[in-house]
Design a protein around this ligand. Structure first.
Ligand SMILES: O=P(O)(O)OC[C@H]1O[C@H](O[C@H]2O[C@H](CO)[C@@H](O)[C@H](O)[C@H]2O)[C@H](O)[C@@H](O)[C@@H]1O
Length: 373
């Protein structure tokens, strides 16, 4: 997919309640085959769950899948109005804890002061609206211009679950941060970093911490594709170091089927984990690497990880972006901005409603930078 001019479509935000699965569910067996155990998180042996807990687990996931469906709008105009006003009230109350980055822009620019901003931008749901077909999730020309303008003023990276070759912009980390094309590192620690030339001849660094998992990812992609091919609307996506199983276009009655087919295949891959995205199952290696680690890696590559006069800002909409929000929150340096049109728990500090507001925020940042220099 080439990210060209985009299609504007309504952003359908998904509400994903947090689901605390029993600890037993989250244990994995360190495999005897495939990558060296060192690569797979040290974990205790996976124990078969008693039937009851297995049912609870399946029901929990099913609730997650249903909760991420768009609320069914009834055809009666009044109900939509009422529902809309209730949602607005809930959203308004939520922004008390997650202030709008547009309304709070003056506070943000005061915080930024003379610091050097570093921008980290998620792609789907942040720079492009959520649409039914991933192939149609494109940045609009206006958004692309806003991103490019910001990138001319601040170090800017796109960090996405998509494979890196679908993102031909700036610095970027595809596969949920596991495939990083970043600036030539200014630090000595270069283990695992390969120096290559990018398509426009620029010398860059390539860092792929999950490269040993490629054969496993390729194999599980094939198996998952085979296992869901008879489910109408189910769609696979190969994101190089991770796999997406989309169910946005699957009938809700078939959600359970998708869930059980995916989990049945993954039973044979204890070194892979399943996370829930926006009407998508994300299958990733069980390694200690995520979007938060990618942000830390890129800051270090830019020589910005030690200095106090840097303000990293991460803008994202999905659960995998929370790893980056957590890193910035824990470092007490910089902050996350959650893109959501409905209330959600998050480790972000600010909020923006949708990609249109993200674009406005980027424009405000650029204007602020240009008038303050
Ligand atoms: O980290 P991101 O850049 O947010 O990528 C996360 C996933 O985004 C895409 O799927 C989501 O967007 C699609 C297009 O709007 C939508 O159809 C789908 O339901 C969403 O889950 C992408 O296709 C995945 O590969 C990414 O992992």
């Amino acid at each position: 997919m080439d990210l060209k001019t985009g299609l504007n479509s309504p952003v359908i935000a998904d509400h994903l309640p947090t689901l605390a699965l029993p600890a037993a569910v989250m244990t994995f067996t360190t495999p005897t085959s495939f990558p060296s155990p060192g690569l797979c998180l040290n974990t205790t042996k996976k124990i078969p769950l008693p039937g009851k807990i297995e049912e609870v687990r399946a029901a929990g996931w099913l609730d997650l899948m249903k909760a991420s469906s768009p609320t069914r709008k009834r055809q009666i105009k009044d109900v939509i109005c009422d529902a809309q006003s209730d949602l607005d009230l809930q959203y308004c109350n939520w922004t008390v804890n997650y202030p709008s980055a547009l309304i709070s822009f003056e506070a943000i620019s005061d915080l930024a002061g003379s610091k050097r901003l570093a921008l980290f931008l998620d792609y789907d749901g942040t720079l492009s609206p959520i649409v039914d077909n991933p192939e149609n999730a494109l940045m609009s020309d206006e958004m692309r211009a806003a991103v490019r303008h910001a990138a001319s003023l601040f170090p800017t990276a796109i960090i996405s679950g998509r494979s890196r070759d679908k993102l031909n912009e700036l610095y970027y980390a595809g596969s949920h941060g596991m495939d990083i094309m970043g600036p030539v590192r200014k630090t000595t620690d270069s283990n695992g970093v390969e120096c290559i030339r990018s398509t426009d001849g620029k010398e860059v660094n390539l860092f792929q911490p999950a490269s040993e998992f490629l054969p496993m990812i390729t194999e599980v992609y094939e198996k998952l594709g085979e296992s869901v091919k008879d489910i109408d609307g189910a769609r696979m996506e190969d994101n190089k170091f991770c796999v997406s199983v989309h169910y946005r276009n699957v009938a809700e009655d078939d959600y359970k089927k998708v869930f059980h087919r995916v989990t049945a295949v993954l039973e044979g891959y204890p070194c892979l984990r399943l996370t829930h995205g926006r009407k998508v199952f994300e299958v990733r290696p069980v390694i200690d690497w995520n979007k938060g680690k990618a942000v830390e890696f890129l800051l270090e590559s830019l020589g910005l990880s030690e200095s106090e006069d840097v303000l990293p800002i991460y803008v994202g909409d999905d659960r995998t972006d929370e790893d980056a929000f957590k890193v910035l929150k824990a470092s007490n340096r910089g902050f996350g901005i959650l893109v959501s049109s409905i209330p959600k728990e998050s480790d972000a500090f600010y909020s923006l409603r949708d990609p249109a507001e993200v674009m406005e925020f980027l424009r405000m940042l650029a204007a602020w930078k240009e008038q303050s220099t």
